[in-house]
Design a protein around this ligand. Structure first.
Ligand SMILES: Nc1ccn([C@@H]2O[C@H](COP(=O)(O)O)[C@@H](O)[C@H]2O)c(=O)n1
Length: 604
């Protein structure tokens, strides 16, 4: 782990159950290769993961079984180690390549900007030439304009110890906000391609579908059905991501999926037993396969536990070197430089909204009103709208560093505006964005793309309390376990160590998925967007209520522009993209950093 990272605290543990084929899975790492420096549960770094994978491979060899290491994309954006360098990722690509990965694919974050698409094509793809899979992603070569596959469409591999034949596919969900030098083919179209039709007729012992796809999204359902129609009994293992949650989904007795969280908090573990080896060209044979899963909290206590090693025996030279690369990168980027001191924790979804400890209330009532100003229009009343998905992480009480700014919001979106919008029209926009529905349709303008990833395609378990209260509206609490985060390492009344607050995952296999036994934390749903009213006229003398302005500037973070135009049109405003002008060239990251420097000046 990194210097200064808090030491993990002992927790009651559940064992990893090994099978014939076993997987270590990461997804949505978003640059957090240094681990979490303010959360002991997730404080192991990528060097530790390299040591861990090496020990687990050795264990697999000893047991005569196989271990495959998988990553399902969104490796970039969301941590200073990636975002603070120029060019972005100056350190992270070299660190990431140190892990030996058997199959990996692209996430949507690798595709938002042309520069990231180029870096992925010119760096990560060659770094993982044998294992990178791009079933539905093409790259446009800048020199020729030619559209070429980003990487091989699928992969055939034979496992080292058991000799199983595996056909592996690598998908991205039907993403359409990708930069122009990439082409994402909708999954449904890809499945009509000749190569895909050939791949699903290969008769392997196992299909492995890796993807930057939420387990509850329709894309995985579709892929499952097409493979299963052709192969009645062949086991299919899905490894997914994008939704930032721990989850497991059973498609049928022989097809199973896991998702392994976000931000390198989790190392996913899936094992499969009962796989039958096929003789050549043999069609599917009936199998009784057992899938098991665990969500490993990424900390040294757990990694020692699962390997049976300790502080002295666990780190490999390779792992140590990679930890040093991370330390050097963090130092060069001055990520620990303090901008101020956060007076309290501010939560994305661990607090209700609105609330004093909600990061969205803080933005709405303090940061945006103080910061969203254009000198030329400073006296014009304005509504400033930001989507909740633009905020990526919580703020912890204590030092607020250069790194924190990127953890909270890494995006390069700026602020645009439409001038002099009738208030009667502008005031309807927020509600439309938050209620969604038919105005926007179910395609790329679906308002779910405005909010935090956890809410985009939620598991049914997220909407049901442990008390079986049934589904609740998206604006209600979405996990209702009744316990607050406990102080770390305290003693309970019976002298037992108190459980640490953490994930208590419910999935299609039950509630024993987390490797460490936690006390549950409450999570609350958040709206799609928040809005600040800025420079509104005060009440006239003797009046309790102020009069609404006739017109306002409608200011918004540029990511939400397509939805804003649609909502204005629906509300009776005749506005289009030609009416949009730049309000401020500051990103939300800049806005938050400046506000913190000004208002949280104290040293911690
Ligand atoms: N410029 C951007 C890009 C994305 N978002 C938000 O992120 C969500 C996607 O995040 P994943 O980690 O799940 O890929 C997206 O739905 C937006 O809410 C943004 O705000 N600005």
């Amino acid at each position: 782990s990194q210097p200064g990272a808090p030491a993990p605290v002992a927790a009651p543990m559940r064992e990893l159950e090994w099978g014939q084929i076993n997987f270590l899975h990461t997804t949505d790492i978003h640059g957090w290769l240094g681990g979490h420096l303010q959360e002991p549960q997730y404080s192991a770094d990528y060097g530790d993961y390299i040591s861990f994978a090496s020990h687990m491979r050795q264990k697999a060899d000893e047991k005569g079984v196989d271990l495959l290491v998988i990553d399902t994309g969104d490796r970039i954006e969301g941590n200073g180690l990636y975002d603070a360098s120029d060019p972005k990722g100056k350190y992270t690509y070299d660190i990431f390549r140190e892990q030996s990965i058997d199959a990996l694919c692209t996430g949507n974050h690798e595709l938002y900007l042309e520069a990231s698409v180029d870096r992925e094509h010119n760096t990560t793809v060659p770094n993982f030439k044998k294992s990178y899979i791009a079933s539905n992603l093409d790259y446009i070569e800048p020199e020729t304009g030619n559209q070429i596959p980003q990487a091989q469409r699928y992969l055939k591999l034979k496992t080292k110890n058991q000799g199983f034949n595996v056909v592996a596919l690598g998908f991205l969900f039907n993403f359409d906000r990708n930069a122009n030098n990439s082409v994402v083919q909708p999954v449904e179209e890809t499945m009509k391609e000749e190569w895909f039709q050939n791949a699903i007729r290969e008769k392997p012992d196992l299909f492995l579908v890796i993807g930057h796809v939420g387990l509850r999204m329709k894309e995985y359902e579709t892929i499952f059905k097409v493979i299963r129609d052709q192969n009645w009994y062949t086991p299919i293992a899905f490894l997914g991501g994008h939704a930032h949650v721990r989850d497991a989904r059973k498609f049928d007795d022989n097809a199973f999926a896991i998702a392994s969280g976000r931000y390198f908090e989790t190392i996913g573990w899936m094992s499969i037993d009962g796989i039958k080896k096929k003789s050549q060209n043999q069609a599917s044979i009936e199998a009784a396969v057992t899938f098991r899963r665990k969500y490993i909290d990424n900390n040294l206590f757990g990694l020692y536990y699962h390997t049976g090693l300790n502080e002295t025996t666990f780190p490999t030279d390779h792992g140590r070197n990679v930890s040093n690369m991370i330390t050097e990168g963090r130092k060069a980027l001055k990520l620990d430089n303090s901008f101020g001191c956060a007076p309290k924790d501010l939560w994305m979804s661990r607090a209700p909204y609105p609330a004093d400890n909600s990061i969205f209330s803080w933005l709405e009532t303090q940061v945006l009103p103080d910061s969203i100003v254009n000198e030329e229009r400073k006296n014009v009343s304005r509504l400033a709208i930001v989507n909740t998905g633009a905020i990526r992480f919580d703020i912890f009480q204590g030092a607020f560093t250069r790194d924190s700014t990127f953890l909270i919001s890494p995006f390069v979106s700026k602020f645009n505006y439409i001038a002099d919008v009738p208030y009667a029209v502008a005031s309807k926009v927020l509600e439309l964005l938050n209620s969604g529905g038919q105005v926007f349709g179910a395609g790329s303008l679906d308002t779910k793309h405005l909010t935090i990833p956890e809410q985009v395609a939620p598991s049914p378990f997220l909407y049901t309390s442990t008390a079986e209260k049934g589904p609740v509206s998206p604006m209600s609490i979405f996990v209702e376990d009744d316990a607050q985060q406990k102080p770390l390492g305290g003693k309970g009344d019976g002298g037992e160590p108190e459980l640490i607050g953490g994930y208590t995952t419910h999935d299609d296999l039950g509630d024993d998925g987390d490797d460490a036994v936690h006390s549950p934390i409450k999570f609350y749903a958040v709206p799609n967007c928040i809005q600040s009213k800025i420079a509104f006229p005060p009440p006239e003398e003797g009046q309790d209520k102020a009069k609404d302005p006739e017109t306002v500037d409608l200011v918004f973070i540029d990511y939400v522009q397509p939805w804003i135009i649609k909502a204005l049109q629906f509300s009776g405003g005749d506005f289009g993209t030609d009416d949009v002008k730049v309000y401020s060239n500051n990103t939300l990251t800049d806005v938050i950093a400046s506000w913190v420097k000004e208002h949280w000046k104290n040293d911690c």
